[in-house]
Write a new protein. Structure first.
Length: 372
């Protein structure tokens, strides 16, 4: 039950506000990535990371990312070397839209070490989960402290919530903002993450923390060369209008064909909370990219949703790159679809979404420590 009230606004317009009685007006929820954003985080590579052997190449990719992001909305750059990064960006960006935080880092995967933001009646809550290098595969002692260092700067608005007793990476979950979470069983149940909890325990925990109604578990799908135990953001992504885009393999001779076919079949069984099937849009499978005899995890599912644009990875495969853009244009009508060459990123087994983390509107104090 509620009451509709018209409030006068500037310019003679009115805004209609619904006041609800006897029910919770606003519920805590995990916003979809297409929720209005305040800032996007990049954690910049440096010579003490695994990027050292190809630092110039990956720096250029990050410059391209920083340019594309900061020309559209605020950008937060985490780095132990802010002066070096500023020189790289000189004459390429509007520094008025970029903010720097100086702190030690092991690597650059902001999607996985960054805060996961919950929106509540009281405002944003910044959830700091444990990042342990995808099941202790890689050092993460500095990366696991980035959130605390970032919060101490005052750049982020919201309440800090310590969730460090649970291992969770942002790339492993997809939210529709309305109570449904999409994830993969191979990642969340992988060794050295939360081994004392079974799938039921993990589901109950996630439902409680994120105020979820359902979790959709993908049991199939992988990419050769992936270190994450099949993060969902490499395989299938939630989009507006009850749409899921996913990677489809048409080559029966490709090692991924059987698994991705099973994934497609399972996606077809998923239902929204009102029992409707999802609109499924197939992204092309990138042609194999081989380096030193190893196949790299090139995927078009690893795109970043911004306020009015989608940045998606390209791999110098004109036909596939173009087809991926066309599919994303269907999934995001009215959005600008922008390709970023991510051949450098897949050499360290990630891509565009993996190196970014968005914060929803209300999370960023843009006047605090500007450009410091």
């Amino acid at each position: 039950m509620g009451l509709l009230v018209s409030l006068p606004q500037t310019g003679g317009k009115e805004r209609t506000l619904q006041l609800n009685f006897g029910v919770e007006a606003v519920k805590a929820y995990l916003p979809a990535e297409w929720h209005m954003q305040s800032v996007i985080q990049l954690t910049w590579p440096h010579a003490d990371t695994d990027w050292a052997y190809m630092l110039d190449e990956v720096d250029q990719c990050y410059v391209n990312l920083a340019t594309a992001i900061s020309s559209r909305q605020p950008l937060l750059i985490v780095t132990p070397e802010p002066e070096r990064v500023k020189k790289l960006l000189e004459d390429k960006v509007n520094f008025g839209n970029i903010h720097f935080v100086e702190c030690p880092t092991n690597d650059t995967w902001a999607r996985d070490h960054g805060f996961i933001t919950l929106l509540t009646e009281q405002g944003p809550t910044l959830l700091d989960f444990c990042f342990n290098g995808w099941g202790m595969k890689f050092a993460a002692n500095y990366d696991n402290q980035i959130n605390r260092n970032l919060f101490a700067t005052g750049l982020l608005n919201g309440a800090y919530r310590n969730c460090l007793d649970f291992v969770l990476e942002g790339g492993s979950i997809e939210s529709d903002g309305r109570g449904t979470l999409l994830t993969t069983s191979t990642c969340l149940l992988a060794p050295n993450r939360n081994e004392t909890r079974n799938q039921k325990d993990i589901e109950e925990y996630l439902k409680s923390v994120f105020h979820l109604e359902q979790i959709l578990w993908l049991d199939y799908g992988y990419l050769a060369g992936d270190d994450t135990d099949s993060h969902v953001d490499t395989l299938a992504r939630m989009c507006p209008n009850d749409t899921i885009v996913y990677v489809k393999c048409n080559d029966k001779n490709d090692e991924h064909y059987e698994e991705l076919s099973k994934m497609e079949e399972q996606l077809g069984t998923f239902r929204t909370l009102d029992e409707r099937p999802y609109n499924l849009l197939a992204l092309p499978m990138a042609d194999a990219v081989i380096e030193d005899g190893e196949r790299l995890p090139a995927t078009y599912a690893n795109f970043l949703i911004m306020n009015n644009a989608v940045l998606y990875p390209t791999y110098n495969q004109p036909q596939n790159d173009t087809e991926a853009a066309q599919v994303l244009a269907k999934a995001f009508p009215g959005y600008e679809i922008v390709g970023i060459d991510c051949r450098a990123l897949i050499k360290q087994h990630g891509s565009l979404h993996c190196v970014t983390m968005q914060y929803p509107a209300g999370c960023f104090n843009s006047d605090k420590n500007k450009n410091k």
